[in-house]
Design a protein around this ligand. Structure first.
Ligand SMILES: [Fe+2]
Length: 271
């Protein structure tokens, strides 16, 4: 990968954001919030790839993919007035198309270009598609881990009934301090991911985020969740009633166990 391509990607993203900021109207601050998210994701990617010193080629592609992964967010905000993918605009697929059409990645060999575009395209999938090449899957999991770490931070910051839900959070979530659906509680007990359609209550959404520990892959990610205090802060948003208290204890214990037993450089799933 040419040295100057990373800088060119940063400049391209900045110009791409500028082109949409004026059209975003009152939502313009959300464009800048997404740029700051991108830079924090890049920081986490750099933390993760330090665990992969034997693959500097993939580390640099992961950094490039991190910069570009949310390129579809700006046109999404302008067209849909929301960052919610359920309104019919898949920001990841759109972003891959936009980056491909921009010609930005032309200096890359074909295989590396395809890898970066696949990472952008699939970074938001509930589950990555089968059949990806091993290097593509490795870089995809790096970016997905990093994206999740910052999404947890952001939801902690903005997850409250006064936040602009339709813009930054999820549409249609009912706010209640105690409410939780039986399906979300059961999936959490079974250490499984909670699909979007199962999310009805705000506590379901917090559980959905908590269950991401079962879909993280890198030592850095588990330790960062603990070190930052963000996982404890997430758990603190859940009630301590009879249904939830044992699940919170299980989640807390699971993260502690995985953080203590995962090893740097091993892309693993907690499952
Ligand atoms: Fe992202």
């Amino acid at each position: 990968m040419p040295d100057e391509l990373f800088t060119q990607a940063l400049n391209w993203l900045s110009a791409h954001a500028d082109a949409h900021r004026a059209q975003a109207g009152d939502d313009a601050p959300l464009i800048d919030r997404k740029l700051r998210h991108t830079m924090r994701v890049l920081g986490h990617v750099r933390g993760i790839v330090r665990e992969l010193p034997n693959r500097p080629d993939l580390a640099r592609l992961a950094e490039l993919a991190a910069v570009l992964h949310d390129a579809g967010r700006f046109p999404q905000l302008v067209r849909q007035k929301t960052y919610d993918d359920r309104t019919g605009y898949n920001h990841a697929a759109a972003g891959a198309d936009i980056v491909a059409e921009s010609g930005l990645l032309a200096p890359l060999p074909e295989a590396e270009r395809a890898l970066v575009l696949a990472v952008i395209r699939h970074h938001n999938a509930a589950v990555p598609p089968h059949g990806l090449a091993p290097d593509t899957l490795l870089v995809l999991e790096v970016v997905r881990d990093a994206d999740k770490l910052d999404a947890i931070r952001n939801n902690l910051k903005y997850l409250n009934p006064e936040a602009p839900h339709g813009k930054a959070l999820k549409l249609g979530v009912k706010w209640d301090p105690e409410g939780a659906s039986d399906q979300a509680l059961q999936l959490a007990r079974e250490r499984r991911l909670i699909p979007f359609p199962a999310i009805q209550w705000s506590n379901d959404f917090v559980l959905f985020l908590c269950c991401w520990i079962y879909d993280l892959h890198y030592h850095y990610s588990f330790n960062e969740l603990q070190r930052s205090g963000n996982y404890e802060a997430l758990l603190a948003k859940l009630p301590d009633n009879d249904a939830m208290a044992p699940i919170k204890a299980q989640l807390r214990d699971d993260l502690a166990f995985i953080a203590a037993t995962s090893r740097p450089g091993i892309g693993r799933s907690a499952k």
